[in-house]
Design a protein around this ligand. Structure first.
Ligand SMILES: [Zn+2]
Length: 427
């Protein structure tokens, strides 16, 4: 366990995640995750309003690519007269994707994501593919206009089923969440409008490209595996397992992922990450196209099994905090007694061992990493979302993931579209 400096006016507790602890006037339970924590910063009052965002017309799909140029493996086999496999044999890949939604500006000051959506709306041919419709839209127009994360509350924590069903919730984001759910969901329905949502974010943490998704979402893992093959810097991160529901926007569709890139400061654009994201988006859409063609061909052998490394989010770690509000400084940092240690700042996904420096108190004392007892024996811990600016209010200094291998079924032959072929691998 890390030791806290008790100098100065207030005692300092370690930032250890564990049994319930009091942080900034509320209690955090040890098994709470970022998404669960996100419910508590209550800013429910309706102080501002913004008009419902129009949903731009979907880009017009170009004609299907030249079928003679680079046939997919599945199509080639069908053409050769092989019998089609029973559809159940390709479960869960038995369903074609009809609608993909690409959303930007779910957090209004994450302008890389909003700029990507704007670019796709300006150049609809980029997101268009032959076998499905692509919708591109802005999630939180009011927040984008004000260059703030949200107006009343975090939109990306408004998508629990119970909250969507609660008509008494009248914050700007609660109302927008219902609009989005009506436009792209409804969440949990047998036939949501969107089969896949790719929600574009950026983070102040140095996460690189991190694709965050529910652990059981096989289509998103297939896309993730495909993107990892193109760009080994891409990481696949599983939301905390064992949750009945998640509050993020992508979960209202049948499949969905949060597309995080960092480090990018609030309100800023990062050219390299913008270009890298756009390239990866093109390849993701190519994968969906190949998925559809393989499904329609009904050939289960179009998928190969592939083992990919995944990071499994397991818990959050808060900053060490003073026991009492000894500072006259207002704001969410008022009780924070230590900063992220320079040894790990900007080093997301670097393995952490017990005692490694993670915090530096205001008095200059180092606090070591407090691995759980079981973790120390069996698991290597990886910190990510280190010093994400939006998480100060959520009581999160960083998150902890364990790494594992996940077997994913991936369409083995994916035709590179004209749009992707023109893209540089990196910005
Ligand atoms: Zn975000």
């Amino acid at each position: 366990m890390g030791k806290g400096a008790a100098q100065g006016e207030g005692a300092v507790r370690s930032g250890r995640e564990g049994s319930g602890k009091r942080t900034a006037g509320r209690w955090i339970q040890g098994d709470e995750t970022a998404e669960a924590l996100a419910e508590t910063p209550a800013k429910r009052s309706v102080r501002h309003a913004f008009p419902p965002a129009p949903f731009p017309a979907p880009p017009r799909a170009p004609p299907p690519p030249d079928r003679g140029a680079r046939p997919t493996l599945a199509r080639a086999r069908v053409a050769a007269g092989r019998p089609r496999a029973a559809m159940h044999a390709v479960w869960p890949h038995s369903r074609a994707v009809k609608v993909v939604a690409i959303t930007g500006g779910t957090h209004g000051n994450e302008v890389n994501g909003a700029a990507l959506a704007r670019h796709l709306l300006r150049h609809p041919e980029l997101a268009a593919r032959g076998s499905f419709e692509t919708k591109v839209l802005f999630s939180n127009l009011g927040a984008i206009e004000r260059n703030v994360r949200y107006i009343d509350e975090d939109l990306n924590r408004c998508f629990y089923k119970k909250d969507l069903a609660d008509r008494s919730r009248q914050s700007a984001e609660a109302r927008r969440a219902r609009e989005l759910d009506a436009a792209l969901g409804p969440k949990g329905s047998a036939a949501p409008v969107a089969d896949l949502i790719i929600d574009l974010h950026n983070t102040t943490a140095n996460c690189g490209v991190a694709l965050m998704m529910p652990p059981q979402d096989e289509l998103c893992h297939s896309i993730g595996a495909h993107l990892c093959a193109h760009d080994p810097s891409v990481r696949v991160v599983n939301f905390t397992a064992g949750k009945e529901d998640y509050p993020m926007l992508p979960t209202i569709a049948r499949h969905g992922m949060t597309f995080e890139v960092g480090a990018v400061a609030w309100g800023c654009l990062d050219g390299a990450l913008f270009q890298q994201s756009l390239t990866l988006l093109m390849h993701a859409l190519d994968y969906v196209e190949a998925h559809n063609r393989a499904v329609l061909a009904g050939d289960s052998s179009a998928w190969d099994k592939r083992s990919i490394p995944v990071y499994d989010a397991v818990r959050t770690v808060d900053y060490p905090r003073y026991d009492e509000n000894v500072s006259s400084c207002p704001g969410v940092q008022a009780l924070i007694a230590a900063t992220i240690h320079p040894a790990i700042r900007g080093k997301d996904f670097v393995p952490l061992r017990r005692g490694d420096p993670v915090f530096l108190t205001m008095e200059g004392e180092t606090i070591g990493f407090d691995a759980g007892a079981a973790e120390e024996e069996t698991e290597t811990c990886y910190a990510f979302f280190i010093d994400e600016a939006a998480y100060y209010e959520k009581g999160i200094a960083f998150m902890i993931a364990h790494q594992s291998k996940q077997t994913v079924r991936v369409v083995s032959e994916v035709t590179v579209s004209e749009q992707s072929a023109k893209r540089p691998k990196y910005g």
